[in-house]
Design a protein around this ligand. Structure first.
Ligand code: HEC
Length: 164
């Protein structure tokens, strides 16, 4: 009987210890410094009653320095390894539009990068700072436009005769 009580005390002590180790742990910092947005960005229609939902906007929109940096980050983080050198597609889909699986507006592109996507897109939200993700978005939004930094060189079409 005494043995049993001893065991119970020991068990209780372990439980208390376990509980306490939980309370001394640092709170998860990911939300504060990582890239995951404060709100979930829905990919499809939102079920339930109509509610106000404001999509986050890119703080670097129209910022050409950020676009250049986004290009550098795209190479730096090996995005090109899966999406192709100029994001024209590889093992991962083309990001040069106009077809988007998960939406091509800045908020959805941000969510794809931060959260990752099911069929092979890693999530970067807890690995790289949020402002870098927005810079990547700024770059991706320029693809195929005259603002695109380091745009692919298009070889002249031999079929088209140059005007003399
Ligand atoms: C390991 C390979 C891989 C790497 C590295 C990778 N991606 Fe992806 N990415 C994919 C695949 C595969 C998909 C498609 C996922 C799906 O269909 O569910 C995808 C999807 C996306 C999408 C959504 C495309 C759409 O049509 O909606 C974006 C945006 C994107 N990636 C950006 C990036 C950026 C920026 C980086 C670098 C930080 C990156 N990816 C790195 C494989 C990769």
């Amino acid at each position: 009987m005494i043995r049993r009580i001893h065991m119970e005390i020991a068990l209780l002590a372990t439980c208390a210890l376990l509980l306490c180790s939980g309370c001394t742990q640092q709170p998860v910092q990911a939300a504060a410094e990582g890239g995951l947005p404060g709100v979930k960005i829905p990919v499809g229609p939102i079920p339930g009653p109509q509610m106000e939902f404001k999509m986050p906007t890119n703080p670097y929109e129209e910022n050409s320095v950020a676009m250049e940096e986004g290009r550098r980050l795209f190479v730096w983080y090996n995005c090109y390894g899966c999406h192709g050198g100029h994001a024209g597609g590889g093992m991962g889909p083309s990001l040069r539009g106009p077809v988007w699986i998960y939406g091509g507006d800045p908020a959805h592109v941000f969510a794809s990068i931060a959260e990752g996507r099911g069929k092979g897109m890693p999530s970067w939200g807890t690995k790289i700072p949020q402002d870098q993700i927005w810079k990547l978005v700024a770059y991706i939004e320029t693809l195929g436009t005259p603002q695109e930094p380091d745009a692919p060189h298009v070889a002249p079409d031999p079929q088209v005769k140059e005007k003399k």
